[in-house]
Design a protein around this ligand. Sequence first.
Ligand code: NAP
Ligand code: G4F
Length: 383
Amino acid sequence: MGKVALITGVTGQDGAYLSEYLIKKGYTVHGIKRRSSMLNTDRIDHLYQDPHDENRNMILHYGDMTDSMNLTRIIGDVQPDEIYNLAAMSHVKVSFDTPEYTANADGIGTLRLLEAVRLLNLTEKSRIYQASTSELYGLVQEIPQKETTPFYPRSPYAVAKLYAYWITVNYREAYGMHASNGILFNHESPLRGETFVTRKVTRAVSRIVLGLQKKVFMGNLSSKRDWGHAKDYVKAMYLILQQDTPDDYVISTGVTTTIRDFIKMSFAEAGITVEFKGEGEKEEGFISAVNEDIFSKVVGAEHLDIFKKRIGESVVGIDPAYFRPTEVDILIGDNTKARTKLGWEPTYDLKSLCQDMMLHDIYLMKKEEYLKNGGYKILNYFE
Ligand code: NAP
Ligand code: G4F
């Protein structure tokens, strides 16, 4: 018999990659999905099986992190060997608009899950992974950040996740539960939500090069992030739960880059050089050159003549609406513990991550059926 995993947040970026990864390892995966007016299972449609199929290895349950009884019932029914708590209102800027809900779902939601495991007498059986975050470091007290770096959260999201981090540690120490925090730095992919900065950029650049959009408006271009690929990071989640002893781990690449440079890299994937001029709210990004060979190969020769007429145009502007009341200026993680104890290391660098996202988004934007229907037409993420 393979192991049974329960994943909260199964419809999200990480939930999708982790589901596929565990199913390939022989797990039966149960996922908790919120009810919504549309299906919202695009990222996991290639894994989903009809309830009437025999021997299913992917089973969905309706549920919500704000509903204790629901969580308790599902955990009692599923009797999971491993629980991956990935569900969260995960957008930092939005958490300033919905602070109470964020505290409830991200903070108290984690308590509900831990308490359900305790009340059901599953503390010996069920191992728990908590999706902690580099946002905990906020106003960073040390560079690079490691497991011992003090936290200084800078958003309602990060404060909610701080509670979730410590309640996980507390249940481990108080009740001997195998409960661990993965302190994951930013990780991205073609499945990344469309309003996080990398995906917003790769989608916008893809539309700009195809003539579907003139310009993109951004917030703070000077903040720095340590970006890895979500495919690598879900493997770390799995490894954390395979350890004999529960513990907390930083998962990062150890390289940090400004948003401005990520924008330049994304245009460069299509053969376009963008230069930034001006400062603060007046800063703008202009097209200064096009490499015809790369553009023709990546975007298509048929778009080249029209695009060349745009050299000198502004394609990036600033809209202060995207600024945050309190910003996290720099994140860069020291992953020594994960490398030495888990044997984990990232396989994607930022260039290969950016290329993966750009090729995917150009492909999607080219597909008329994507624009009409939406959806990810990938069969298997790990192939
Ligand atoms: P994501 O794409 O935003 O996915 C979040 C998931 O949580 C979605 O399935 C969402 O459902 C679900 N969810 C939200 N509120 C819920 C609620 N009240 N009850 C049940 N489910 C709920 O996030 P992600 O990038 O995959 O990240 C996974 C986890 O890691 C999150 O906890 C995030 O905070 C944390 N994290 C992410 C990063 C990163 O860089 N990606 C780094 C560190 C930590 P819907 O699909 O219905 O919205
Ligand atoms: O992509 P972001 O929205 O990610 P952020 O705030 O770093 O949070 C993500 O990573 C965390 C891990 O550190 C996770 F815990 C969290 O759940 C989430 O996945 O913004 C990154 C940076 C910020 O400094 C932001 O101010 O990009 C800056 N930025 C500049 N212009 C923008 C924009 N961010 C967004 N979303 N949209 C913009 O237009």
